[in-house]
Write a protein that binds this ligand. Structure first.
Ligand code: MV4
Length: 457
């Protein structure tokens, strides 16, 4: 097992990784930017290294600074958390060359799944239904028009190096195709350095359902069921739950088999997530695979009793998975609400100092956060400041628990999306489990009363 792990992240996930290390008896190194010197991840790590100024590119994303910090402190592994360096095959390779274990999949697997066209091919080869679409990249507008005509409009153009909704463009008819293709390719080139795009049939009101998988270095691969993540706004998830209210045991079994077949074909090792879209006829299609621990992992931990971060560390240390598929039992229902520092009316960031921070507790409540009273929420970083996660014996119990937990979460000094989360959790469609990726469309209008002109200026 590792002696010392460097955590190449900040905020709640850095703390989450520190908790796992402490329980495993592993020393920890925090890295931080100038403005994060008083952060909790720094306070609770055994050692800390300042790696640069506030801007992400100058600190948390600075690969040589992170590697140097690991070398100076003699860390034997790096946990990247999510975001930042987590899905950089290049960073995983640099770790390898420096004889530091990257806690995640091998670089080749990160690269393969990062190429969304290749990922589609790998999953299709494994017999998994993929969204109908182009065989590979689309070269020009003639080819795109042929493919789109075959699929039937609407279609969606996606960047092969994208994922998570970045660089996507929906096209409703042939007239709009040329402009959309040009713009998608230009955006892809600007964002990812390559203009490569592919086409899929656009599903109108799908659900987003993702399966958690775990693979060790000995070819053992298991799944930990699914999370429903349909409630998103601008490709940012807001509410996640496990299990999905949409899956029958039979469908769960079929989707899980598909997720495992694809992951096996990819040579997957460590924790990963296989994303599917589910249509109104209960047909599922592979969309993409994420090669990192995800923000919403706690809902899976709640229903399986498995500590995913500890498992990531054990797998990276070369230990075999301690469970077989038949050992995995799901129990109860778990829901997560992401608490963001943002104006609930305008969805704009609300940085500032938190004056009062009271977190809910009691039965079935977990709060993952690095925020605290008098801490400063910097505009340099992600607006997510806490995850409120509840567990119940049933979905109904989880919902009522989430309502009372949201009601006793007090954050003053900055604005948060807690009022929005209250509305979502009390929405009759949410309560019935009737979700789709368009669920949030109805919340685009301002909350409660419209703003007076004087307040907006
Ligand atoms: C789609 C889709 C419909 N059809 N692909 C958005 C995030 C990224 N992972 C892919 N996304 C979508 N891909 C096809 N072929 C609809 C979306 C989508 C979406 C997916 C999940 C959750 C929310 C969403 C909101 C808008 C669009």
């Amino acid at each position: 097992m590792f002696r010392k792990i460097l955590i190449a992240n900040r905020g709640e996930i850095a703390l989450r990784i520190i908790w796992a290390c402490k329980e495993l008896g592993i020393r920890t190194v925090a890295v931080h930017s100038d403005v994060d010197k008083d952060s909790l991840h720094v306070k609770f790590a055994d050692e800390d290294v300042c790696i640069g100024p506030a801007r992400n590119a100058d600190s948390y994303l600075n690969m040589s600074a992170v590697i140097s910090a690991a070398e100076i402190t003699d860390a034997d592994a790096i946990h990247p958390g999510y975001g930042f360096l987590a899905e950089s095959a290049h960073f995983a390779e640099i770790c390898q060359e420096c004889h530091i274990t990257f806690i995640g999949p091998p670089p080749e697997v990160i690269r393969l799944m990062g190429d969304k066209v290749m990922a589609r091919r790998v999953f299709a080869r494994a017999g998994v239904p993929v969204l109908p679409g182009s065989e590979g990249l689309v070269a020009g507008v003639e080819e795109a028009a042929r493919i789109a005509a075959d699929l039937g409009y609407p279609i969606i153009i996606k960047a092969s190096a994208g994922g998570g909704g970045r660089g996507m463009r929906m096209v409703g008819n042939e007239e709009d195709l040329k402009v959309a293709l040009d713009m998608a390719m230009a955006e892809a080139k600007a964002a990812f350095g390559v203009p490569d795009v592919y086409i899929e049939k656009y599903l109108e009101h799908p659900r987003h359902i993702e399966f958690q998988v775990l693979g060790d270095r000995f070819g053992n691969l298991i799944h930990l069921c699914e999370r429903e993540c349909s409630i998103q706004r601008r490709h940012q998830k807001l509410v996640e739950e496990a299990p999905s209210p949409a899956l029958s045991p039979a469908l769960r079994e079929k989707m899980a088999e598909a997720a495992l077949a694809g992951a096996r074909e990819a040579g997957y090792v460590n924790a990963g997530t296989v994303e599917f879209l589910l249509d109104g006829q209960r047909r599922f299609y592979f969309m993409e695979m994420n090669t990192r621990i995800q923000v919403e992992h706690p809902v899976t931990e709640n229903i399986t009793g498995i500590d995913l971060v500890k498992e990531q560390i054990r797998i990276a240390a070369g230990e075999p998975l301690p469970y077989r598929q038949e050992d995995i039992r799901i129990e109860g229902h778990s829901i997560e609400c992401r608490i963001n520092a943002e104006d609930p009316l305008r969805f704009t960031p609300s940085p500032g100092r938190i004056r009062i921070f009271h977190v809910p507790g009691g039965p079935g409540v977990r709060v993952d956060t690095a925020a605290h009273q008098d801490c400063y929420i910097s505009p340099h970083y992600d607006s997510m400041i806490a995850k409120l996660i509840v567990m119940g014996n049933s979905r109904t119990e989880a919902i009522s628990r989430m309502k009372r937990a949201l009601d006793s979460f007090v954050i003053e000094g900055i604005r948060t999306n807690i009022p929005l989360q209250r509305r979502i959790i009390s929405d009759p469609d949410f309560e019935r489990g009737e979700l789709s990726t368009h669920f949030m469309d109805r919340y685009q209008q301002p909350l409660e009363t419209p703003l007076a002109v004087s307040e907006t200026s």
